[in-house]
Write a protein that binds this ligand. Structure first.
Ligand code: NAD
Length: 250
């Protein structure tokens, strides 16, 4: 079974690097016209160029997911360039790593505003458009830390856990409009922000706690992404797909 998404239009947030860039390239390779969004368009232009160079269709849009006006403008820009949205990948996310007793109210706001409120704002704006056009698929990038906890990431764990409940609540309410809402919980996936850490001794120790004894690579998420984005996942809504080499089983 292959995933043919030709003619679909997607928006991927936080696409300037890491998983978001991979999600955009994977969708584009399956025929999706992709709007790649992040705060700085300059960083996105290279990716859009790379996608176009590979024969795909892409458009870079500036979007700060914490700012409702920026979200509205970006969705308008994306739809004007590529057509009405069929797929949203809510991927933008940040982490503040500190012991709980040192976490400041500002740290809390920054993480929750990006990882939870940001997903709410972008999903709501996209869903209003999808309702008009007859449906769509929203994919929320949570984390294994939405259900598990580790030290020094309390606000991140809270944001990703909240996102899982938001995922389910949206799925319940949006089904009637033909909009499916699902989440992916990646385990430890090697991206530019964490690859140095995983080369250190504590990082290597952490890798040994993963049942498969290896870090995930961004392409390990391709199957889950394409399943949820495509009609092959038509009867899936409110689900969570965990892609973690067995991390949550420890
Ligand atoms: P990353 O830091 O490489 O990428 C995050 C992206 O989000 C960047 O493009 C950044 O510019 C963007 N971003 C941050 N704040 C933003 C804002 N206010 N508005 C718009 N864009 C913003 O991280 P990554 O490893 O690629 O992670 C991507 C997503 O996957 C995140 O939600 C992260 O929590 C989740 N995740 C990652 C892993 C992992 O191991 N890499 C594991 C589980 C979940």
């Amino acid at each position: 079974m292959s995933f043919d998404l030709t003619g679909k239009v997607a928006l991927v947030t936080g696409a300037s690097q890491g998983l978001g860039a991979r999600f955009a390239e994977t969708l584009a390779a399956s025929g999706v016209a992709v709007a790649v969004a992040a705060r700085q368009v300059a960083k996105l232009e290279d990716l859009a160029e790379r996608i176009r160079g590979a024969g795909g269709s892409a458009h870079a849009v500036a979007m700060d997911v914490t700012d409702p006006a920026s979200v509205a403008a970006a969705i308008e820009d994306a739809e004007a360039a590529l057509g009405s949205l069929d797929i949203l990948v809510n991927n933008a996310g940040i982490a503040v790593q500190k012991p709980f007793l040192e976490m400041s109210p500002e740290d809390y706001d920054q993480v929750l505003d990006t990882n939870l409120k940001g997903c709410f704002l972008v999903a709501q704006a996209a869903a209003r458009r999808m309702k008009e056009s007859g449906g769509g698929s929203i994919i929320n990038i949570s984390s294994v830390l939405g259900t598990e906890v580790i030290g020094a990431l309390s606000t991140y764990c809270a944001s990703k856990g909240g996102l899982l409940q938001l995922n389910r609540a949206m799925a319940l309410e949006l089904s009637r409009y033909g909009i499916r809402v699902n989440a992916i919980a990646p385990g430890y996936i090697e991206t530019p922000i964490n690859s140095d850490f995983f080369k250190t001794e504590p990082g290597q120790k952490m890798v040994k706690t993963i049942p498969q004894r290896r870090l995930g690579q961004p392409d390990d998420l391709d199957g889950a992404l394409l399943l949820l984005a495509s009609d092959q996942g038509a009867y899936m809504t409110g689900s969570l797909i965990t892609v973690d080499g067995g991390f949550v089983l420890r």
